[in-house]
Every structure is written in C-alpha cells, then in structure tokens.
Design a protein around this ligand. Structure first.
Ligand SMILES: Cc1cc2nc3c(=O)[nH]c(=O)nc-3n(C[C@H](O)[C@H](O)[C@H](O)COP(=O)(O)OP(=O)(O)OC[C@H]3O[C@@H](n4cnc5c(N)ncnc54)[C@H](O)[C@@H]3O)c2cc1C
Length: 503
C-alpha cells in the first residue's frame, strides 16, 4: 500500500474530469486524475478499426464559433485555437417511404419556407416554431449553469437576471413541450411523423432543439475535424502541460472517508492516494453506491436512482464502406411503413449518418457510415456473457444492413468492416449506469432539474464533490466541461482565492 499526497484527486478522465483538472492546475492546486480506461475522454471517444475511425460521440459541439457561448471555455482548455470545425447547413433530413423529404435547415427563414411548402395548412404553427428558433439566436445556455456559490455578489445576480430576462418567455413556452407533443399538433400527416424526429430524439424539449438549430445557424455547433477522441486528447495535452498527472488503467475502488471527510481513494490494486479534496467525475450511481457504499445519500438522492428518471442508451452499428458517400446528405432518418424489430422493439424510424465531411476518418474515396438506434439496457444485459450476445449483435447488424441495401443499392458488397456497440459496450468502457450516453436524458421533466441545478455535494460528507453528466441533466461535452470549471471556481471561493481562467 502506497501513500501519495496531493491537493485534489479527480476520479475519471472524461471531459468533466479533464476540465476540472485543467482549471485546478491553473489555480495552483496539485491534482491527479485516476482513469479506469487507458484513454482520455470517457464517452467523448472514437475507435479505429482497419483504417476507419468510428466516432462514438460528438455530432455537434456548442462553442465552436469564435466569441460565442462556450467558446471561451474551449479556448481556456486549449482545444479550439488550432482546430477546424465543420458547420452543416442542415441538421438532418427525414425521408418518408414515398420519398417525401423534410430538410431540417438550420437557417430558420429557409426552414420556414420549406416547411410551408410541405404543408401550407400548418403555416401558423410553422411561423411560431421558426420564430422560436430566432428567439434563441442570442441565447447563452451557459448562463443556466451559473449557480449561487460562484455568483459572488449582488451585482453578479443582477447581471445574470438581466441577461436571462429576454428568454424567460421562450424558455417557459418551448421548454414545456416535447418534439413528439409538438409534432402531434400538425395537420399534415407527413409532418406529424417527421417533426418529432427532427432533433433525433422525440422526447427532447422543443426549446433544446431550437437552441441547437440556432447555434448551428450561428456556426457555434460544429463537428471538430479529427473527431471526438482527438478533441479529448487536446484537453488531456493541456492538462499535462499545466502540470497535472493522469494515471490510466487505474480504477478507483473506494473513496476513503475519515471523520466525515473524503481523504483518499483506494484503487483496485490496493494503492491508496491521499488528498485534501476528492472530486468524482465518473458515473453517479457508481460513485454513490459503490465508491461511497451508499452512506452519504438522503431520500432525494436515493429517489434519483430508483429507475423512474429517463436515460438514453444507444445501439450503434458502424460500417467501414468502400464507397464514397460524400454526395449523400450526411444524416437521414428514414420513416418506415412497416416496422422492423431490432433489439426486441418495433422500429418505425432508422437514423443513418455518414462522416465524409471529415476526410480524416476514412481512407480516401471510402466512408464511415453509421446506424444509430435507441435501445434498452435491459435487453442487452439479459443476454450478456452468453453466446447469444454476439449472435444478437450479428443478427441486428444484418437486419440493418439489409435495410441499407434497399436504400443504397449495392452497399452490402462494399462493406469492409462492421462494428457494433451496445449499451453494454458503453458501460464496460466508461462505467456509466445503463450505458447512458448523457446521464439523465433531457426531457421536459428533467429540464427543471437542469435549470435549478443538482447538488454537487453530499449530505454529511466534506471535501467531496460530484461533477459531470450525472449532476448536469442532459450532459453534453460543453456542459460537463463547464461543470468541471464551476467546481474549481467554487473551491477557489471556499479557499478565498481569486479564480483564474487563463487561455
Ligand atoms: C453516442 C453519443 C453521442 C453524443 N453526442 C453528443 C454531442 O453531439 N454533443 C455533445 O456535446 N455531447 C454528446 N454526447 C454526450 C457527451 O459525450 C457526455 O455527456 C459527456 O462526454 C460526459 O462526460 P463526463 O466527463 O461527465 O462523463 P464520462 O465521459 O462518462 O467520463 C467518466 C470517466 O470516468 C471513468 N471512470 C468511471 N468509473 C471510474 C472509476 N471507478 N475509477 C476511475 N475512472 C472511472 C470512465 O472511464 C470515464 O472516462 C454524446 C454521447 C454519446 C455516448
């Protein structure tokens, strides 16, 4: 058993942990990050297979536009200065079985014209919707993450309130309706089916999707060239340059508590590392019930993990294809007339995406093509460890490839590599409960948790903090990076130090 002392221990080198590490180092704290995997990034990752890079995360990154919301965060973390971003003019297309197509343009004027052409009878609703997107053009979502402890003065509060004031109306109106509910109000039968799909998940509050389109239109929600893992590696580099230490293949087994103070962590190899503070930037449930043995929870926290809150788990089939897809729209959701049964559920929609907009991800003239579906963790968990798990992966990918063959004739013969990731893959590589892609899924029910903010400290436990997607409902790369920044700002406040954030 060894003892090493440091100021702050951070559990997890996902984006939240790396960000907290960087800001801690900027503020003169000595830190160590312990990461169970051999890579940085956590869910913000990608994997290389036979010359193809299959991206497992970023579709759009808030903060990719110079001077716009979240940009300064990424500048401080050193990731935007020398990075190129792809900015799409359309988020995706939704194509019915008769070929009818909704193009989700990011420009609200273009979108409005297009939607009205598709359904003049829904003009009023369409105008309202596009006005909503325009209303969020100048909305700084990062303001919602500012919490009392880091707003140190009355003047801070006044400033924040004034900035948020113009958005209170649109937030109340569009935060309380899901894409599915909004779609149900359309008269046109195609739009009734297509509108719920426009932001890729049907129970997203419309306000979140509107902000996404507004940010995309402002070129503030791009895809980082090189993909998600390269992006995470850039923050890892920044952390190491700031003097931080990362221990890979180092899974924390226990947080050691003495006199109600978190004082150390013990790894699975029995090494013990002491610190003045411990920050958990990993799975929320694992932190509370495994690392801390369920001792520091109250009724409210226990209820969070009783299974009533929604999480999003994903099945991702990634294909290396010897064909150039760059002439195809980059993301299409196909509406099916007859359902396909995949992973025990009837599917009426299938999302297909290619990554030819980033030439670093496939050999020249070839493509990475991906099929993404929501799935339930339980389905895969029931068969895990048995031979049918592998057989099921092959069967489901086979059904999807048969579908692709009808959409892109000849593709079957061009496929050179097939990779299947289930919620169990995400759980195995990142420890996230149910393989969740974003902690608590952002719905109109969890929106209020996001706006009011979740507890980052636990009852009866000092010197301990939680950050990342399980305490920031909806997760996302910029929000969890902000979570890391905010906690160090709060720690500086506790220590009466001026918070420093240097680009
Ligand atoms: C398919 C997919 C698509 C997404 N698309 C987008 C997108 O387009 N835009 C966007 O902004 N966000 C997107 N997200 C969400 C975003 O990736 C996550 O919300 C965010 O990366 C979570 O970061 P985190 O640091 O909170 O947690 P994690 O990434 O889960 O990091 C936690 C880290 O802790 C480590 N760990 C766990 N347990 C231990 C332990 N006991 N000891 C040591 N280490 C441990 C894990 O290995 C992991 O590295 C997507 C996610 C997925 C999966």
């Amino acid at each position: 058993m060894k003892h090493f002392s440091t100021d702050i221990i951070i559990i997890g080198a996902g984006i939240a942990g790396l960000s907290a590490g960087c800001y801690a180092q900027m503020n003169g704290y000595r830190t160590r990050i312990f990461e169970l995997h051999n890579l940085p990034g956590g869910l913000c990752t990608a994997w290389e297979r036979k010359g193809y890079i299959f991206d497992g995360c970023i579709h759009y990154l808030f903060g990719s536009g110079v001077g716009q919301p979240f940009y300064s965060l990424w500048k401080e973390l050193g990731v935007v200065q020398s990075r190129c971003f792809v900015h799409h003019d359309e988020l995706m297309r939704i194509i019915g079985s008769d070929g009818k197509t909704l193009i989700v343009y990011c420009d609200p004027n273009k979108l409005e014209r297009h939607l009205k052409e598709l359904s003049p009878a829904d003009s009023g609703k369409i105008e309202e919707f596009c006005a909503g997107i325009r209303a969020f053009t100048d909305f700084d979502m990062s303001l919602l993450l500012q919490k009392p402890k880091i707003l140190t003065s009355f003047a801070d509060w006044v400033q924040l309130s004034l900035k948020l004031l113009p958005f209170v109306g649109p937030l109340a109106k569009w935060g309380n309706i899901s894409a599915q509910e909004f779609g149900n109000t359309f008269k046109d039968p195609f739009l009734r089916r297509a509108i719920p799909q426009i932001f890729a998940w049907t129970n997203i509050p419309v306000m979140v999707g509107m902000s996404l389109l507004a940010y995309m239109n402002n070129h503030n929600a791009g895809f980082p060239i090189g993909g998600s893992l390269e992006f995470a590696r850039a923050i890892e580099k920044r952390y190491i340059e700031l003097g931080g230490e990362i221990h890979y293949n180092s899974q924390v087994e226990r947080i050691i508590v003495e006199n109600n103070r978190a004082v150390a962590v013990r790894l699975y190899n029995n090494e013990v590392y002491t610190a003045l503070r411990v920050i958990s930037a990993c799975d929320g449930r694992g932190t509370l019930f495994d690392l801390l043995g369920g001792k520091y929870i109250d009724k409210k926290i226990k209820k969070l993990y009783d299974g009533h809150l929604p999480v999003h788990s994903q099945l991702q089939v990634s294909l290396g294809v010897n064909r150039d897809f760059s002439g195809e729209p980059h993301w299409v959701t196909y509406l099916l007339d007859k359902p396909m049964v995949i992973a025990g559920e009837e599917r009426y929609e299938v999302g297909v995406k290619h990554y030819c907009f980033d030439q670093t991800l496939a050999p020249k003239g070839e493509s990475v093509v991906m099929v993404m579906l929501s799935t339930t963790y339980d389905y895969w968990q029931r068969i895990y460890g048995r031979s049918i798990y592998g057989a099921e992966q092959i069967q489901e990918s086979g059904i999807l490839i048969d579908l692709l063959e009808t959409l892109y004739p000849g593709i079957k013969a061009d496929i050179k590599y097939i990779d299947v990731a289930t919620p169990l893959s995400y759980e195995r590589y990142t420890g996230n409960w149910q393989g969740s892609s974003c902690g608590w899924l952002l719905t109109k029910e969890t929106m209020s948790m996001m706006i009011s903010g979740m507890q980052k400290k636990l009852p009866g436990l000092n010197n301990f903090y939680m950050i990342g997607q399980w305490v920031e409902p909806g997760g996302s790369v910029p929000v969890v990076a902000m979570s890391g920044r905010n906690i160090i700002q709060e720690i500086c406040h506790e220590d009466k130090r001026k918070f420093i954030a240097e680009p």
